[in-house]
Design a protein around this ligand. Sequence first.
Ligand SMILES: Cc1cc2nc3c(=O)[nH]c(=O)nc-3n(C[C@H](O)[C@H](O)[C@H](O)COP(=O)(O)OP(=O)(O)OC[C@H]3O[C@@H](n4cnc5c(N)ncnc54)[C@H](O)[C@@H]3O)c2cc1C
Length: 643
Amino acid sequence: MEGAFCATGAHSAWGAGAGASCAGGAAGGGLGGALIASLLAAVLDARALLGDTGAYPPDVASPLDAYDFVVVGGGSAGAVVAARLSEVPHWSVLLLEAGGDPPLTSEIPPLFHSLQGTAIDWAYATEPQQHGCLGMRDRRCAWPRGKVLGGSSVLNSMLHVRGNRRDFDAWAAAGNTGWGYDDVLPYFKKSEDMRRPVLGEGEGEDGYSARFHATGGPLTLDLSDHRPPLVDALLDAARELGYRVGDVNGANQTGFTLQHAAIRNGTRCSSAKAFLVPARDRPNFHVAKFAHVTKVLLDAHTKQAVGVEYIKNGTSRTVKANKEVILSAGTVNSAQLLMLSGIGPKDHLEKLDIPVVRDLPVGDNLQDHMELLTPTFMFNRSNPQSKDPVKELEDTFQYLLHRTGPLAGLDILQFQGFINTKYADPSADYPDVQYQHIRFAFNDVEATRRVSEVTGFTDEVYKAVFGIPNSKAEIYMPLAVLQRPKSRGTIRLRNKDPLQPPVIDPRYLSHPDDVRVLVEGVRFALRMARSRALRRFEVLPSEERVPACAAQPAGSDEYWACAVRHLATTIYHPVGTCKMGPPSDAAAVVDPRLRVRGVLGLRVVDASVMPAIVTGNINAAVVMIGEKGADLVKEDWLHAGSD
Ligand SMILES: Cc1cc2nc3c(=O)[nH]c(=O)nc-3n(C[C@H](O)[C@H](O)[C@H](O)COP(=O)(O)OP(=O)(O)OC[C@H]3O[C@@H](n4cnc5c(N)ncnc54)[C@H](O)[C@@H]3O)c2cc1C
């Protein structure tokens, strides 16, 4: 799981352990946690030992008045776009980013969860939801987003999943020429530097082959360095249920795997590290940090983007773009910026007294993956293991000295996979549910509280989901993730103030089919827990029930549907608010070359352009959009002879 995952620091009877809990920051609770926290802080302060934190581009002291390209947002996609455009030596490129450099804590893979709610998180929340998020305080789901160089690739849990061939072929079939799987595969490969396993020409270990993967790209992918025994048992359970175990980013997707992650030498490989660090010394490339863009400047007559307005150090400034402005501010903020600039739904803009430049359905088509934090499984019940401070210290030393061990990987989260529920065609290799896993040491109140807190659970939900079962045993949760939601939401401006968070209404679970699929997700999780492979772990589903659902018969579809509406939350993959589409698509905001319709010199290149969400975590596809987006710009200005 991405958000609620916490490498638990459990030191189990099988030698499992992630060393440092994500709870509360660098380390877990108790004496061990405090020791580790101070040890980590001391060593991180010294910096030298961790070394590979990346030398990010400096903050430009005196930006020019004009650049050829102004890129807004240095996140998963924006970092790629800015770096690739600045490869052209006679182009000048400015990247404007609202945040600063990634903090050192973000380097250590299992600590990713501790970054939520800090200064590098925009910390958005949805509007109160009617059909979902019912077990959250105020019925709002939390929406963390990276406000930092590297964007959400600095906050995320690094899982590298590409999506399904059919996702991209469907984009192309809808008129998005050039976005079919065979078109985008070279861009996935262009970024990639797969460290393990070594790729051969034919199909190698677990199905990895050079047909689908590459080495030598800027984005390093690696396997987790350490594998808890529960993960091996889960792999066996998957095989026992008839699932393939192997690459899910290659020829097939259905099945389970030890997932590659954006990790380099045991540290996070964000888009900032992968793409901006190598570009830092280019004389034609400037980066302005803590620069909050408030508006795209448009010539009202020619409908041409001529620059942007931004606030830095409390002062409003402008910068001109000679060729293009490229918005890569993400699904929330690219939509917000377009609307602030007069590009959006006419009625909405008029209500806010914003002069309309183009009437486009900006902010519609909002889609997201939801993950379900249930059932809770107790395991190792006759001999539950608490966190072991001594083991945590050992793990910490191992990490600091060698960058290996539990702190260099993703613990149980590395095990994930895709299945077909009864609503998917099992012969089509187009799975509708993904699973990710989290676990907690016995009685790990600090970690469970932390996860519950950032998820936004009410206290009574916390007790049922985490508190009571974890007071009896170690716990793990297979988190079913809905892959192709039918619910659609919107993003709108709250008011004309660019510094106010927009109104985020994903209308989670407003389509009943989304609930049905997740109920089937529960059924499969229960089946897997009953497998022979897991028997030695004494796995048992917790009988604690979501209090608000207690009227429904235990184990019935009605009960699980109620649980879905209370416990499902975002897995942080919002897309679609600046939808890509051909001229015939009235719902499209950008064309297949990512140009904003009816406006000159303005593109959007980030997760918001996805016409439909992909199957699997989306960061890899967003990086691909960055790669392809940059090439589209190069084609238009270089190869078309206009430059
Ligand atoms: C907690 C979490 C866990 C996740 N886990 C995974 C995972 O394991 N695997 C995976 O594939 N995906 C994961 N994701 C999703 C993935 O990281 C995002 O979908 C992806 O990073 C989005 O990329 P983007 O370029 O569209 O936006 P972002 O990466 O969010 O970049 C947008 C950038 O624009 C900047 N910006 C915004 N507004 C302005 C403004 N007005 N002025 C200047 N700058 C601005 C932001 O600060 C940010 O740097 C996760 C996301 C989160 C939040």
